[in-house]
Design a protein around this ligand. Structure first.
Ligand SMILES: N[C@@H](CCC(=O)N[C@@H](CS)C(=O)NCC(=O)O)C(=O)O
Length: 201
């Protein structure tokens, strides 16, 4: 979602390719050739292969400086975009992965519920913190949307199964709705045929 929205927001000329996994949840061999880890997404930009959603967002921002996805080199805002993106991907996203896939984090099935409960606690704390960070702000860094907002939009949606859902916090919900008005986010949502919550219609 974030990588796709970044391309659309930047006005890049892109082509989407669906990676279909088999019944054993394995990626096709032709995909493993470009991304041996088998995870999505992967961006192919001519001969350059970029994995990691956050790296793709940064790369697209650098390729399209006028998009404002990544502020200019040397500005504090650029550093703050790094800070937000890296926190979102290495802390919130991994906590969500622990909640979605506890079996990947333990070899003891009896421990999965406890692992998931711990993840849910961590996730709640992180959304609460982000809720506070958004107080009085439209975007997570500076005065305009950056790639970090696209990432936050994605992870707010990932948080829809939590108790409370991420977007049941007023500032996160306002940020989600604001992001949804961005043309590139709209385009990504349509192209991926994503379900949206009732409050957004
Ligand atoms: N850190 C990677 C994580 C990528 C990732 O885990 N992608 C998920 C889809 S959202 C995936 O490929 N899942 C299939 C799997 O884990 O085998 C990124 O942000 O790009």
């Amino acid at each position: 979602m974030a990588a796709h929205a970044a391309l659309a927001e930047a006005g890049a000329d892109y082509e989407l390719a669906l990676v279909e996994r088999n019944e054993r949840d394995e990626s096709p061999p032709e995909y493993l050739k470009i991304n041996p880890w088998g995870r999505v997404p992967t961006l192919e930009d001519d001969d350059l292969v970029v994995t990691e959603s956050a790296a793709i967002v940064l790369h697209v921002g650098d390729r399209f400086p006028e998009s404002g996805l990544v502020p200019p080199v040397g500005t504090p805002e650029r550093t703050l975009v790094y800070r937000r993106l890296i926190f979102l991907t290495n802390t919130l996203q991994t906590a969500l992965m622990r909640w979605f896939y506890p079996d990947r984090y333990t070899i003891d099935p009896a421990g999965e519920d406890a692992l998931r409960a711990r993840a849910a606690e961590d996730i709640r704390g992180i959304y609460d913190q982000l809720e506070g960070d958004l107080e009085g702000r439209e975007w997570i860094v500076g005065d305009s949307r950056t790639g970090a907002d696209l990432y936050l939009f994605m992870l707010t949606r990932w948080g829809r199964f939590q108790e409370p859902a991420a977007w049941d916090r007023p500032n996160l919900r306002a940020h989600f709705l604001r992001s949804l008005e961005l043309p590139g986010v709209r385009r990504m949502v349509e192209e991926q045929e994503l379900d949206l919550p009732e409050f957004s219609s």
